[in-house]
Design a protein around this ligand. Structure first.
Ligand code: ACO
Length: 325
């Protein structure tokens, strides 16, 4: 009998400091940077984001989300036999945020590692966990997306600093006789490294390069819209399904205009798209599990429904996971 993996619990966490567009406009004005609520809402759909306190790390946010996901799945930390954290803003260069999270959680012993695929990180991590469960390498995985993007923003660059926020989301993924995850499709194209990057590094005890986010917004927009459609279709084809079978699209929460365009290409009404970007901005690898958890807990999506998760981000990376909840 084929072995599948299935999500049995979701959780998420946003740090308490909520910064509305009006708050951000006022803060940026103090540094001589001009922006407006109207511009941000019209171009992105974002109304607020959350910023972590200075002493709060990626693994701290991930821990809160993980605890909620474990509680929802009805299991204890020691029941977990694999931890994957998707992040581009880990606590330190090494060890991984996953190892630090494992220790905070008290799930010591199982394999734990980070996946770095920027905003596609969660669909990458979910696909890896699914593969490990299918092969029998794991039975019950904790898959987390956690980010403190506020640490890598240039608050003098209004074209990027208004877009991002901090947060975390998590799922428990368990072995099952029934799906679960139906299909996934992952890609990367390293020719596009420069259109979205943080071109810094640590060497000789100093930071080399410019360790803040750089983005060619229009290039990212064009590429994102094209690849998301292709990934969605490839994933559906692998599962012998069509766009008519999708109950909910849960896309990376970067920008409402990218979501509108993706939904239109898939002939999906926006009533079938989970949108939370207005409340937390772009939280990179955390955005899909944040949106998923919100949709589950609000009763928007229900057990047995077919969900298409889609991520796209720096690398350039992109991918989709089709699953039955
Ligand atoms: N406030 C006010 N004005 C601004 C701001 C701001 N925060 N930022 C830029 N502007 C101005 C620009 O200076 C420019 O003014 P000008 O015409 O006088 O020169 C004008 O607005 C238009 O600038 P553009 O960069 O052309 O704006 P655009 O319509 O492309 O919108 C945006 C920018 C929102 C970033 C868009 O390109 C986009 O959505 N790109 C997708 C990128 C994205 O979502 N990235 C998220 C990370 S990647 C990911 O997660 C996949």
């Amino acid at each position: 009998m084929r072995r599948y993996s299935r999500i049995t619990g979701t959780g998420s966490y946003l740090p308490p400091r909520r910064v509305t567009n009006a708050d951000l406009v006022a803060e940026l004005a103090q540094g001589g940077i001009e922006t407006s609520d109207e511009w941000i809402v019209e171009r992105t759909g974002i109304r607020a984001r959350h910023f972590a306190a200075p002493d709060v790390t990626c693994s701290d946010l991930g821990l809160e989300a993980a605890r909620k996901a474990l509680e929802a799945a009805g299991c204890q930390p020691q029941d977990i036999d694999l931890i994957i954290v998707a992040t581009s803003t880990p606590d330190m260069v090494f060890p991984s945020a996953a190892c630090i999270l494992q220790n905070k959680l008290g799930a010591n012993g199982c394999p734990a590692f980070d996946v770095q695929a920027v905003c596609s990180g969660f669909v990458y991590a979910l696909t890896v966990a699914d593969a490990m469960i299918q092969t029998g390498a794991a039975k019950r995985a904790l898959v987390v997306g956690a980010e403190v993007f506020s640490r890598i923003l240039d608050f003098k660059d209004r074209t990027t600093c208004v877009l991002f926020g901090d947060g975390a989301g998590a799922v428990v993924l368990e072995a099952s006789d029934t799906p679960g995850i139906l299909a996934s499709d992952l890609h990367a194209d390293g020719r596009y490294v420069d259109i979205l990057c943080v071109p810094g590094n640590v060497a000789g005890g100093a930071v080399l390069g410019d360790p803040v986010l750089k983005m060619d917004g229009q290039a990212v927009f064009k590429l994102a819209v094209g690849v998301l459609d292709k990934a969605a279709r490839a994933t559906l084809a692998k599962a012998n399904l069509t766009d008519a079978d999708i109950d909910w699209l849960i896309p990376h929460q970067a920008n409402i205009r990218i979501m509108l365009s993706t939904a239109k290409k898939l002939k999906l009404s926006m009533d079938k798209v989970v949108v939370t970007v207005d409340q937390h901005g772009n939280t990179s690898a955390a955005s899909i599990p944040l949106a998923l958890d919100h949709a589950v807990r609000s009763g928007q999506v229900k057990k047995g429904e077919t969900l298409l998760l889609e991520g796209v981000g720096g690398g350039f990376t992109w991918g989709a996971v089709l699953l039955k909840l």
